[in-house]
Ligand binder design. Sequence first.
Ligand code: SF4
Ligand code: SF4
Length: 425
Amino acid sequence: MNTNKLSDRASSAEQHILSRIDSRIASFFSSCVHCGMCAEACHFYKETGDPKYTPIYKLEPMRKIWKHHHTFWGKLFGTLGWSTLPDEQMLEDWQELVYDSCTLCSRCSLVCPVGNDIAYMVRQQREGFSAAGFAPEGLKGASERSIELGSPMGVTATTLLATIKHQEKECGIPIPVDQQGSDYLVLLSSLEIVGFPEYIGAIARIFKQADISWTISTKGFEATNSGIQIGNSEIAREIVERVVNAAESLGVKAVISPECGHAYTSIRWDAPNLLGRELPFKVIHILELLHELQSQGKLKTVGTFDTPLTYHDPCSIARKGGVIKEPRDLLNQVSSDFREMTPTGEMNWCCGGGGGVSAIDEAEELRFKAFHRKSEQVNKLGVKVLVTACANCRNTIEEGLENYEMDVEVVGLTELIAGQLESAG
Ligand code: SF4
Ligand code: SF4
């Protein structure tokens, strides 16, 4: 029991976490029946067997603050000077549990029998940790670059324009930039611009065939939201505001979220909450748009990809976003041997790199351990190609496969489709 006065950092964390304990979180703590089912759903616990990775245990600092301020016994102990509030040492010890070992994948939230949204609670707890400085350097740096340079990887509008020029040469199609009155604004993640720029050429080819009016904005192109990952709503708001301002000034009807998991939930659901207003445009994931084009007969492909392949569901797109049928319909159009992982769809296992984990250097060893689950899923199918729809998953999976010495190629679904277009041949 902690009877000492809290340090300034611990007090700051306490106040910030307390301010995030809303009625939902208070009721979640009251209703936990300690069944342990959330542990069985978490890849970090399953692959290490270490009880400290039990999802609800990651919330122990927040639970202590809730108990101290919101329960009879907590208030009584506090009055008697027997505070159970987390001290600086506990917060330092928990930083790994709050960041390195949680991808905010929501698998635990889905299985909890009393409906506790643990991923939501971790996200809120991160607000207090980051405000008091208990956050990984990798995420701090990414957030600073997002504010100062416009992207977590330091990608500027100049880098973007150079990449666009290169892609125009590759695909032989002009790529519209800052074009007023376009129907769609295409967002990108900096990881795509730097690591998988062929995505830009792929959408240019698909949109040309489908006669879509679209543009990229030099003022608001970055879809990655480091503010959500580190747990800083101010930064998160500023990042979504750039995109919303760009979309409004261009007068687009819809914003297309790229092949990035958390970007989709950030712009589609977090943005209206962060800005406190409805968005005057529709937000759609690129897979949803491709599926619409497919339904309208505007996605004309030839032949099928015959190599056996599987699909990894990005957590934010499938489990949180419900985009599960769309990639399968699209895959079945262009592939003759699509094999499902087990489990799949809303219960698919996370790649282990979401929620900012891939940006935390010191989390690498744990991330590779957690990836063992994904490697087993892929191994069982005997495929040589894995398709996904998130640049961060793609990067995490490529590194994981390398670590487990597996010879499997990772491909983005949009590119796979673009490669089979009628006009591509
Ligand atoms: S959200 Fe995912 S990574 Fe985080 S505790 Fe739950 S299952 Fe584990
Ligand atoms: S699954 Fe829900 S009720 Fe069970 S231990 Fe985890 S949080 Fe508590």
